[in-house]
Design a protein around this ligand. Structure first.
Ligand SMILES: Cc1cc2nc3c(=O)[nH]c(=O)nc-3n(C[C@H](O)[C@H](O)[C@H](O)COP(=O)(O)OP(=O)(O)OC[C@H]3O[C@@H](n4cnc5c(N)ncnc54)[C@H](O)[C@@H]3O)c2cc1C
Ligand code: SF4
Ligand code: SF4
Ligand code: SF4
Length: 344
């Protein structure tokens, strides 16, 4: 029996739940429970890779597209071509640049579709495929929980030719590996910056009600910034706790993750390094330059933003400092070796 490398990733509880394997498996052997709630390696019920022994054809495609198998770069900034501060006319999480790029490229017919994450009043998320530019804004705003964006690409790979992906670094990484190894329909990868994310029930039952003393249905925006985690409520109040109070509750794979700025994206977008209401934008590839040029007339730019790249680099170093040993330790337990991994 072939042993796909991702079985180690799952068994050691470092699967990020990016969903790349779900979309790339030609046999459809891999499915993922709602919201990718895997956390107990002894109880994989919610994450039904269970079909694999019966359906798996042993092609090992999944071993080639898994970001955790592939490993990380020591230097996330070597491929950065330009650093900009930008904002759009969309009231997004920060400057709305992410939504504005997707909306504009859909309008121009440069992409056929993009997956977004929407949510209901209780902050329960849904993956939605947008083919209409005017729908993109439905997904604006950061959900600090997790949904397996790439798993939603299985059908679009059959139906569309020009797909854009928006996702956190593990998803940008999975998308890059899919486009290099399996399917060249992903034409643009917009990667968000990401320090960590949380399971839905941890956010809903612990962080917001217990740690912050707030009813999640009253929250209109969550944010990390200035050393704190913030919940802004509909009554206009601001609630905050130190990041140190919530960070230990992040998902286990996030404690092993060594990509802060989406090094595998064409364009990375975040908030740090720029003033409130603006996005930091890192352009990394030819595709990034090409597509950004097509949308830049719809954006506003700031010269010499403060605090600038230095803060982004500092936070990336902090993430690597916290997580690189965790990843090395778990990688040594894997039953396989992968070229380049754990770090290159
Ligand atoms: C879990 C998480 C952690 C983050 N941590 C940092 C950080 O430490 N530092 C930093 O500078 N920036 C961080 N960001 C990025 C930041 O919160 C904004 O997403 C980014 O600045 C883009 O802002 P915007 O106004 O352009 O987004 P908008 O225009 O509001 O668009 C938001 C886009 O993000 C997508 N999205 C929302 N939630 C998720 C999710 N959970 N997973 C995947 N996609 C999602 C939506 O589908 C939408 O396309 C994080 C984002 C996430 C999701
Ligand atoms: S080895 Fe191939 S068929 Fe088996 S789960 Fe992986 S991708 Fe699917
Ligand atoms: S490809 Fe993504 S979802 Fe699949 S095992 Fe690897 S990390 Fe998990
Ligand atoms: S910290 Fe890493 S594994 Fe966790 S959501 Fe962010 S990119 Fe994915």
């Amino acid at each position: 029996m072939v042993h796909p490398k991702i079985m180690d990733v799952i068994n050691f509880d470092v699967c990020t739940a990016c969903g790349a394997c779900v979309s790339a498996c030609p046999a459809g052997a891999i499915t993922m429970g709602k919201a990718a709630e895997i956390r107990d390696p002894d109880n994989l019920e919610l994450y039904t890779h269970g079909a694999a022994p019966n359906v798996c054809e042993g092609c090992l495609t999944c071993s080639r597209i898994c970001p955790v198998v592939d490993g990380y770069y020591e230097d996330e900034f070597a491929n950065v071509r330009s650093f900009l501060a930008a904002k759009s006319n969309i009231a997004g999480q920060d400057g709305g640049v992410t939504s504005a790029i997707a909306r504009s490229l859909l309008r121009q017919g440069e992409i056929d579709c993009v997956v977004g994450i929407t949510m209901n009043e209780k902050w329960e998320t849904e993956l939605e495929l947008f083919t209409n530019a005017e729908d993109v804004e439905k997904a604006k705003g950061t959900k600090y929980t997790y949904d397996s964006v790439l798993s939603a690409l299985r059908d679009p790979f059959n139906e569309y030719e020009k797909i854009a992906v928006i996702g956190v670094p593990c998803q940008a990484h999975g998308a890059r590996l899919i486009s290099e190894n399996v399917n060249d329909k992903i034409v643009l990868i917009i990667g968000l910056l990401c320090m960590e994310s949380f399971y839905h029930d941890v956010m809903q039952e612990k962080i917001i009600p217990e740690i912050m003393g707030v009813n999640i249905a009253d929250v209109k925006k969550m944010d990390f910034g200035k050393g704190k985690f913030w919940a802004y409520t509909k009554d206009g109040e601001e609630h905050s706790v130190k990041i140190a109070e919530v960070a230990p509750h992040a998902r286990n794979p996030c404690h092993h993750c060594n990509d802060y700025t989406s090094v595998f994206a064409d364009i990375s977008v975040g908030s740090v390094g720029t003033p409130d209401g603006w996005n930091c934008v890192l352009i990394r590839t030819d595709a990034g330059e090409k597509y950004f040029k097509m949308v830049e007339s719809e954006l506003e730019f700031m010269e010499d933003p403060k605090p600038g790249m230095g803060l982004i680099e500092k936070l990336a170093n902090m993430k690597h400092g916290n997580n690189s040993e965790h990843y090395r330790e778990v990688y040594e337990k894997f039953s396989f070796e992968c070229e380049g991994a754990p770090f290159r």
